[in-house]
Design a protein around this ligand. Structure first.
Ligand SMILES: Cc1cc2nc3c(=O)[nH]c(=O)nc-3n(C[C@H](O)[C@H](O)[C@H](O)COP(=O)(O)O)c2cc1C
Length: 201
């Protein structure tokens, strides 16, 4: 027997909540969200799974897209160049909500998209791109890889290493394990709309 104390959500509400939660998480002025740090999965060059954390930097609900920044020299971009299927995982363990996204990654480099983000991003989000060292190269000590925050630099230093990755989301898997009642729904992008289906958690 169910101990549900509130009425169930509609699929429409669920997909809207998923997008608005992600939009809040991408907004640096909004209260801290556990959905800001996403796990990004790619297909490794050897065909094996690869995962890492990325910061959610933008959400476009209408386009069904999410954005993160990365170093143009990073391994993940080589993987995406070979196979652009990616998955993203967002989890708020306190609220009991997990959002899984699947889609195709589109990489922007030195174009109007990167320029718009570079001009509006906070300085501390861009500092990492100033390092001459490609991510993953061997160094003799950790200090060599450190980019000083207050070192003098020109406004475009590092821009050539800066890439914006837009993930065009094709599928969403929403899981709510909060005490209000366990709910799981999957959505597929179909002609610019989301087709949802309840499934067993
Ligand atoms: C809290 C946190 C946030 C991170 N955010 C990003 C990010 O937004 N973009 C990024 O490329 N790497 C980010 N990283 C580093 C990645 O997790 C990863 O170590 C790095 O990008 C190299 O990954 P790759 O070798 O698979 O390309 C972050 C790491 C941590 C711990």
């Amino acid at each position: 027997m169910s101990d549900r104390i509130v009425s169930p959500s509609s699929l429409e509400q669920v997909v809207r909540t998923a997008w608005s939660s992600l939009a809040d998480a991408a907004n640096p002025s909004a209260p801290r969200s556990r959905f800001t740090m996403l796990s990004l999965a790619t297909i490794g060059i050897d065909g094996g799974p690869r995962m890492r954390t990325v910061v959610l930097r933008g959400v476009d609900e209408t386009a069904g897209a999410v954005v993160f920044y990365t170093d143009a020299r990073s391994t993940k971009l080589a993987e995406i160049a070979r196979d652009n299927r990616v998955a993203l995982l967002a989890c708020d363990s306190g609220a009991g909500i997990q959002i899984r996204l699947e889609g195709r990654a589109i990489v922007s480099l030195n174009d109007s998209v990167t320029k718009a983000h570079w001009d509006t991003a906070r300085e501390r989000s861009l500092i990492v791109y100033r390092t001459p060292l490609a991510p993953g190269v061997a160094i003799d000590s950790p200090e060599q890889g450190y980019v000083a925050m207050n070192e003098a630099h020109a406004p475009f230093d590092g821009y050539e290493h800066f890439s914006v990755v837009t993930v065009s989301v094709q599928a969403i898997d929403w899981l709510d394990l909060s005490p209000r009642g366990h709910e799981r729904a999957v959505f597929r992008r179909d002609a610019d709309a989301w087709k949802g289906q309840w499934i067993a958690p």
